[in-house]
Design a protein around this ligand. Structure first.
Ligand SMILES: C[S@@+](CC[C@H](N)C(=O)[O-])C[C@H]1O[C@@H](n2cnc3c(N)ncnc32)[C@H](O)[C@@H]1O
Length: 293
């Protein structure tokens, strides 16, 4: 079960007005959406994972019937295209939320290679319509590209040795499953019993970001989303990765300089100690909020 991160902070900062429309760009299992609906807001949601969309249609069938909830199986980097095709006109939303990354359901249940426990196909596509899988990348990218990818998207300090070992192994036989990749990374890095974090965490994170073009999605979404938000409406972005947070921070700053938004706080909102204890996934979460002028 996915536990929504920074739930109270999101709801406080969205300042929900009953009857108004909010955009949830990353439905997941709807933890945030359900709270927005509960506060009287109406929601248009996106998710690129068909399993999330199915879950939404089941768990929120009543709200779909009453016209308070709509979900699109789409990438949030296509907000303009999807909403325009559905005859929406900007500005439409009193607030928007993007809770980036993967849901616990994707990691734990999807069998699509997000987890380094067990043996799953080395896939990692959040949307099966995407063309390139993690296996395609590890089997085809030149060693130098693999190394850069592990370093740039996850600051993996053993990037070079891991890339070289992957190339050595794939020359014998292409990699197809997660446990093969885990074995390579563990061989290079070793398993330190004192470390709680799995040695393959960073390599998996980097591949997932690359397969799903997560940085590009974020940048493209930020180019489109502001015009969809009504004056005084707020944009909230939760990121779990330094690179993503940097993009959000710099974009908000630039918008503020241009007089498009006011920045609510310079520092990101982080989970309380209690939330960090209860939900380990929340530990790296950073919420940034801005308000449209
Ligand atoms: C962290 S989860 C969201 C969890 C949700 N807030 C909840 O409380 O249940 C992120 C979700 O966003 C989806 N996602 C990630 N990137 C996306 C994108 N570019 N477009 C649409 N959905 C995306 C993932 O498939 C995943 O279901």
């Amino acid at each position: 079960m996915h536990i929504p991160v920074l739930l109270n902070e999101v709801i406080d900062n969205l300042k929900i007005t009953p009857g108004k429309w909010y955009l949830d760009g990353t439905f997941g299992r709807g933890g945030h959406t359900k709270k927005i609906l509960g506060a009287g807001g109406r929601v248009v949601a996106f998710d690129m994972d068909p399993e999330a969309v199915e879950a939404a249609k089941k768990s929120l069938s009543k709200q779909i019937e009453t016209g308070n909830f709509i979900i699109f199986h789409a990438n949030f980097n296509q907000i303009d295209e999807v909403l325009q095709q559905a005859s929406y006109e900007p500005p439409f939303f009193a607030g928007a939320l993007f809770d980036l990354g993967t849901s616990s359901n994707q990691i734990e249940d999807s069998q699509r290679g997000f987890s380094f426990q067990g043996s799953e196909p080395l896939d990692m596509r959040m949307d099966p319509r995407l063309g390139v899988t993690a296996a395609d990348l590890v089997n085809a990218l030149p060693e130098r590209h693999l190394k850069n990818l592990f370093w740039e998207y996850a600051q993996e300090t053993q990037a070079s040795r891991i890339a070289s070992e992957i190339v050595r192994q794939r020359e014998k036989q292409p990699l197809t499953t997660t446990d093969e990749l885990v074995a390579i990374v563990t061989k290079v890095k070793g398993r330190r019993p004192d470390r709680h974090i799995h040695p393959a965490t960073k390599v998996f994170q980097a591949l997932r970001i690359a397969v799903n073009t997560e940085m590009d999605n974020l940048e493209n979404m930020l180019k489109q989303v502001l015009e969809w938000i009504t004056p005084d409406g707020r944009l909230l972005v939760i990121s779990f990765h330094e690179g993503e947070d940097r993009i959000v921070k710099q974009t908000f700053k630039e918008w503020e300089r241009q007089g498009k938004v006011s920045q609510i706080q310079n520092k990101p909102i982080m989970p309380s100690e209690e939330e960090r204890q209860e939900n380990h996934r929340s530990r790296s979460a950073k919420l940034r909020v801005c308000q449209k002028q």
